[in-house]
Design a protein. Structure first.
Length: 132
């Protein structure tokens, strides 16, 4: 199985929400380093970092751990998705999409079962708790 995760936008992300999303993504990157599953740029290049800009966030797994880029465009109201091929970075895509879902900006769905998503949801919940 190759997991596919989907975000169906409900509205544009406002400035404060996007600032919070950038902080969440930075913390997500730190968690990935602690876990030994680093996140990288859109191409998943070795020794790279996720892209966190004023209006865009994107990352991939690094090297063989990468597959498709998870990305969020601030003003985008389109449907987006990320296939992870069950690579180790999957849990971080789940964490990002779960966080966005909790903000009410988009609806997160996946073809993975809840047990497949649980680790990513737990990572998101830990980061959210740390941000409070």
């Amino acid at each position: 199985m190759s997991y596919s995760h989907y975000l169906k936008s409900k509205r544009v992300i406002d400035d404060t929400e996007f600032d919070n999303l950038k902080e969440f993504t930075f913390r997500l990157f730190i968690e990935s380093l602690k876990d030994g599953t680093p996140l990288g740029n859109l191409s998943g290049d070795e020794h790279s970092f996720p892209i966190i800009e004023d209006d865009y966030i994107g990352f991939n797994g690094v090297g063989e751990n990468g597959y498709e880029t998870a990305s969020i465009q601030k003003d985008d109201t389109d449907y987006s998705f990320c296939k992870t091929a069950e690579k180790d970075y999957d849990k971080y895509v789940v964490a990002l999409y779960h966080y966005i879902h909790l903000t009410g900006v988009a609806e997160f769905t996946s073809d993975g079962a809840y047990d497949d998503l649980a680790e990513g949801i737990a990572i998101a919940n830990k980061i959210i708790s740390d941000m409070m």
